[in-house]
Design a protein around this ligand. Structure first.
Ligand SMILES: NC(=O)C1=CN([C@@H]2O[C@H](COP(=O)(O)OP(=O)(O)OC[C@H]3O[C@@H](n4cnc5c(N)ncnc54)[C@H](O)[C@@H]3O)[C@@H](O)[C@H]2O)C=CC1
Ligand SMILES: O=C(O)C1=N[C@H](C(=O)O)C[C@H](O)C1
Length: 269
């Protein structure tokens, strides 16, 4: 039984942290060997089962990443950019697969993550669900088939606690649309319109973000031309879809060579 990979979950009390812990505990393909929270959090030292209102599971919440990563074959990390960059170095030192779901990463953060991937397997994606990763492929195909008579707009909606915009998923979709069109997203991205913006520039890829209530995550890719519109849509109604994808990535990464991978690699699509 001990050959099942040991998994550490970071951000144990977060929306995704709690869903990931549930998913790992319910799986017969892995073991939960540690859960991490930020220093000063009320749950530090408590059993994660009792902290979440259930029976003890024999895993105490810790704030010591070095100690807990040493027990891990994989670290699944949905936290915040500064935390994730630190964890990338520490997971690489422990030679643990690092599955990164955290979004809002800067170019410098991405460089640091890429450097850590020289020593260990990192799987990173702004969205770990099967549906969104298929939508990314569809977006690339549709964008390649249409010319700039079709304006591309990406509209996303999330809960009122989300701190980054556009969402990681919206950026994945934007990158896919830009790739399909053979352009660099940095040159055509248009987000945060406000005031007298002027007419829409032909060829731009626009982003709009809605924040409200408990929306789990909704993404539309709109191709709008004179006289017709195509809308590609993904609606997430349960965070379990992200947790399932992340666990799949953690298991997939066990026999891979060091490097940075994404969910397309994991799903083989
Ligand atoms: N790639 C994907 O499929 C998905 C990505 N996300 C992303 O995951 C991230 C987290 O989302 P939520 O769970 O909704 O946020 P949340 O705010 O509910 O949870 C984040 C948790 O990380 C903890 N944390 C922050 N710094 C830490 C540190 N240094 N050490 C240990 N723990 C630390 C916080 O205390 C908190 O418990 C966001 O960036 C979000 O966009 C969310 C859902 C799906
Ligand atoms: O913060 C969230 O909740 C989500 N974040 C990811 C993103 O930024 O796209 C994935 C999902 O949409 C939920």
């Amino acid at each position: 039984m001990t050959d099942r990979p040991g998994i550490v979950i970071t951000g144990a009390s977060g929306r995704m942290g709690q869903m990931l812990i549930k998913t790992v505990l319910a799986s017969d393909k892995c073991r939960l060997v540690g859960v991490l929270e930020r220093t000063g959090h009320d749950w530090i030292g408590q059993d994660i089962g009792t902290a979440t209102g259930g029976q003890p599971v024999g895993v105490a919440v810790t704030d010591d990443a070095v100690e807990v990563f040493a027990k891990a074959q994989a670290v699944i990390d949905f936290t915040a950019p500064a935390a994730t960059v630190g964890f990338a170095g520490l997971a690489a030192q422990a030679r643990a697969v690092h599955v990164i779901g955290t979004t809002g990463l800067s170019d410098d953060d991405l460089k640091a993550i890429n450097a850590a991937a020289r020593h260990a397997v990192i799987v990173r994606a702004g969205n770990m669900s099967l549906g969104v990763n298929l939508l990314v492929q569809l977006t690339k195909k549709v964008a390649a088939a249409l010319d700039e008579d079709f304006d591309i707009e990406i509209i996303e909606a999330h809960h009122n606690q989300k701190v980054d915009a556009p969402s990681g998923t919206a950026l994945m979709l934007g990158e896919a649309a830009a790739e399909g069109r053979g352009v660099d997203l940095k040159d055509v991205s248009d987000s945060g319109r406000d005031g007298i913006t002027g007419a829409r520039k032909r060829g731009d890829i626009g982003f709009s973000a809605i924040r409200g209530g408990d929306i789990v995550g909704e993404h539309d890719v709109l191709f709008a031309a004179a006289g017709e519109r195509i809308v590609l849509r993904h609606l997430a109604t349960d965070r379990a879809i992200f947790a399932r994808g992340a666990l799949k990535a953690a298991l997939w990464g066990q026999d891979k060579a060091p490097g940075e991978y994404d969910m397309m690699d994991v799903l083989g699509i």
